[in-house]
Design a protein around this ligand. Structure first.
Ligand code: SF4
Length: 400
């Protein structure tokens, strides 16, 4: 097989070593792709900038999140934390408040921790090499390659889902794109193709092509600048490569949340106000570090009475708050919240604990942070909460 011939479908691992681009193909792909990118790229606020910190922020936000969603978050972030020093000086709560709704909260926590590392150990300057960047928490091979090539012009390739798909189609490679053998292939091919003069633009162009033209379904091959060298296109079966994605089954999870309020009397009527009990989630796991209403995970088949007892025991054990009976608790609604790997059925209730409540906190938060707090109704909207907890709050407000 010459380098420019199409390899057969379902190649064995040893066949993958033959998959390559000829020198002429590399030149053609670089020229065609960069020419296309300069004309057709979407104008996005993180395009055309060279500030390593802002490129880092945009790349972390864009992981597993659509551009349209990231736009608003990125602009707010840049306004609030325009420099790595401003981020490093913020509290985790301030960071999570700004990130709330974007999901995958570990990204925000690592970004925050690493910004403190950059300020404390590196004088506020991000390292220029991908190898050094990877030593920062939350920066993997993709993000390191993106920052090094875009901000510093280093010859570092990037491979994300878009790049994998474009490469698989250019060489008509079928298989599980995330398998170890194919990951090795993608990184090798991406490095081979990388434009030595404009590595940052080239990397962005590959990702842009995958996001806007070489899309998972219905790739727009007639408009593609690479169709002349694309084996999948020549076979008339672009969408068959690399392979139909297998969707992992979602694990069903059932949770019960309880909105707990108390009234706090003031010196006069005008100062009286209502507060809500919020609990900080553990830093690791779903919604790590965000605030939530009292929430327990329950068995999918548990009877309502058992679920109530679990919730009552949790509230009593953790906050020494005694819910007198199930009759005191009012149902406010339920809904299903989807994660990529979890289907979470959420039922929510409301209990007004009266006024005032003298509860004894049990257990502390992580790293000295409070594990729970009472928050005024007027301050709730500024608290870092997940989209699911916001929905519960909306349900509560609809009945309150
Ligand atoms: Fe993707 Fe079609 Fe372009 Fe090939 S020709 S890279 S399949 S859009």
């Amino acid at each position: 097989m010459t380098q420019s011939q199409s390899p057969p479908n379902n190649m064995l691992a040893e066949d993958l070593s033959n998959v390559d681009f000829s020198g002429a193909e590399c030149s053609e792909i670089r020229a065609a792709l960069l020419g296309w990118y300069r004309v057709y790229r979407r104008e996005l606020p993180w395009r055309g900038i060279q500030d390593p910190y802002l490129i880092w922020v945009s790349e972390i936000m864009l992981q597993q999140t659509q551009v349209a969603t990231v736009l608003e978050y990125y602009l707010r972030w840049v306004e609030r934390f325009p420099t790595v020093e401003s981020l490093a000086g913020a509290t985790l709560d301030e960071v999570l408040e700004l990130w709330a709704g974007l999901g995958y909260y570990r990204r925000a926590r690592f970004l925050h921790e690493s910004s403190q590392d950059v300020v404390a150990r590196m004088g506020g300057r991000l390292p220029r090499s991908a190898a050094q960047l990877r030593k920062l928490k939350g920066i993997g091979p993709y993000t390191a390659g993106a920052i090094a090539s875009i901000a510093f012009g280093q010859l570092e390739p990037v491979v994300d889902g878009n790049v994998e798909r474009v490469l698989a189609r250019l060489r008509a490679v079928r298989g599980d794109a995330k398998s170890g053998a194919l990951q090795k292939l993608w990184w090798r091919l991406a490095a081979r193709l990388l434009d030595p003069e404009f590595p940052g633009d080239f990397n962005q162009a590959m990702m842009e092509l995958g996001a806007t033209v070489c899309t998972p379904q219905n790739p727009n091959c007639p408009e593609c600048p690479l169709r002349r060298v694309c084996h999948a296109y020549q076979r008339g079966a672009a969408a068959d490569y690399p392979a139909p994605a297998k969707r992992a089954a979602q694990r069903p999870v059932r949770v019960r949340s309880l909105v707990i309020t108390r009234d706090v009397p003031g010196e006069d009527v005008a100062q009286a106000h209502r507060e809500f009990l919020l609990i900080r989630r553990p830093l690791d796991g779903i919604w790590g570090g965000l605030w939530e209403f009292a929430t327990v995970e329950v068995s999918a088949r548990a009877a309502d009475s058992k679920v109530f007892e679990d919730l009552r025991a949790y509230v009593d054990n953790r906050f020494a708050l005694k819910i007198p009976s199930a009759a005191q608790v009012q149902r406010i609604g339920g809904f299903v919240h989807h994660f990529s790997h979890i289907k979470m059925s959420i039922e929510a209730d409301f209990w007004h604990a009266g006024s005032p409540v003298s509860e004894t906190p049990k257990g502390g938060g992580e790293a000295g942070a409070p594990a729970h707090r009472w928050v005024r109704a007027s301050a709730l909207d500024a608290v870092a909460m997940s989209a699911a907890m916001r929905k519960i709050l909306a349900l509560y407000r609809a009945i309150a």
